[in-house]
Ligand binder design. Structure first.
Ligand SMILES: NC(=[NH2+])NCCC[C@H](N)C(=O)O
Length: 404
């Protein structure tokens, strides 16, 4: 398949998602912070909500692929990859004792592929695996209270962050937090080995310094890629990826960096700013005077140069070559806007210019969008939102129509 994403609003053709699974049932209050959740979603309802999200996209003609199914295809077709895949998960799991590691490996190797895939996402509780019984290891004696050999991956359903299609290439996420690093192994294997992807030269996030996640990348046009400098995306990683984008792979002519305050409530640029139409953006007003912009381009000698931007609106207008309207969410009221931003009001997913998916709970912002002439497709997301992400976070587009 040809990867093609040269904008963030063109008709969405193909997208990869993950249906929330039992990994959400391995969340407990004690480890919420470490696992980057604020609450424990009710799985049954979260799945219904996710199915609703997928149904809207399918009804609109979007081809929706599940990451677990693509991964199962890979392991079913190339069985020799199973050991390597499990091994890479174990490498990233910090199991202190080698015998324990071996026991976990043996346990997984005996199971069938779909069980392995589900377990790697769900997590593996310590009591599932019989380790050394008669002699205890130092790791056992000093064992932490963390109850898993393989931690659950509850943020797996935020597939946006794991793989970022830009033009005809894909960057795999270089996750800022240790707890999310194993998520990207799935898309890496799919990119390397699944025949839905062919002739794609990816940029491997694992080769970058930590900190470029998909929620921070918005492909504005063929010319410009916007990158958030945020809690999750670092200057170091941007410097490296900019060379790939501007020089090695020439995926765009310029990168517009938008620096936002580094805060949990808006860990990625797309939690406070999304594009909803050719000339319209939706933005959380709480960051209005708190963004700084920079432009990165390549000079004739093949070096990346950065300069200060002229402010978000002006830079967007220049890049898109048209006047732009910024709609301030929550009717620009500090309380309404903050409340609804926490409910991901500003994390819309465009499936065509002027047509976006939104959670129904953000009533004020949704009404505002309608007034602005935006077609909104609402769905229930009250459990999904507890993981701090909305429709855009839950989708990894791999094909969108180009804009004229
Ligand atoms: N693109 C996004 N905004 N993704 C939201 C990710 C939420 C996830 N729980 C995290 O903290 O990492």
């Amino acid at each position: 398949m040809q990867m093609q994403v040269t904008n963030d609003i063109g008709k969405l053709q193909k997208v990869i998602v993950h249906r929330p699974g039992e990994e959400l049932e391995y969340l407990t209050p004690k480890f919420l912070e470490e696992l980057l959740f604020d609450e424990i979603p009710w799985l049954k309802r979260a799945r219904e909500e996710h199915d609703g999200f997928v149904k809207i996209m399918r009804d609109e003609g979007v081809e929706v692929l599940y990451i677990t199914e693509l991964m199962a295809d890979v392991l079913n077709e190339k069985s020799q990859l199973k050991e390597q895949f499990i091994g890479e998960h174990l490498d990233l799991s910090h199991i202190a004792n080698m015998d324990t590691r071996e026991a976990v490996y043996d346990y997984l190797m005996e199971k069938d592929n779909s069980y392995v895939i589900d377990t790697l996402i769900r997590g593996l509780k310590k009591d599932y695996v019989q380790t050394i019984k008669d002699s205890e290891s130092l790791a056992d004696l000093t064992k932490s209270s963390f109850p898993f050999y393989l931690a659950p991956l509850p943020s797996m359903y935020f597939s946006r962050d794991q793989g970022i299609a830009m033009a005809n290439s894909m960057l795999t996420g270089s996750m800022f937090n240790d707890t999310r690093r194993r998520e990207t192994l799935f898309i890496e294997y799919i990119l390397k080995h699944h025949n839905v992807f062919k002739n794609i030269e990816p940029i491997w996030g694992s080769s970058l310094p930590p900190g470029v996640e998909g929620g921070d990348i918005i492909v504005l046009s063929e010319k410009t890629i916007m990158i958030g400098l945020s809690e999750r995306t670092t200057v170091q990683a941007i410097e490296t990826v900019a060379k790939e984008i501007l020089i090695e792979k020439q995926l765009a002519e310029e990168i517009l960096i938008v620096q936002i305050p580094a805060k949990r409530a808006y860990m990625h640029l797309d939690t406070v700013l999304t594009m909803v139409d050719h000339d319209k953006f939706l933005m959380y007003p709480g960051i209005k005077d708190r963004t700084y912009t920079y432009l990165m381009t390549a000079d004739k000698k093949g070096k990346v140069k950065a300069k200060k931007g002229n402010g978000l609106k002006e830079d967007l207008e220049k890049s898109l070559n048209r006047p732009v309207k910024i709609i301030f969410s929550g009717e620009d009221d500090p309380i309404i806007a903050a409340r609804e931003q926490w409910g991901d009001s500003t994390n819309t997913l465009a499936i065509a210019p002027g047509k976006v998916l939104v959670y129904n709970r953000n009533m004020v912002t949704n009404k505002q969008l309608k007034k602005e002439g935006i077609d909104i497709l609402e769905f229930e997301g009250s459990e999904l939102v507890r993981g701090r992400g909305g429709p855009r976070c839950m989708s990894m587009p791999i094909s969108r129509e180009n804009l004229k």
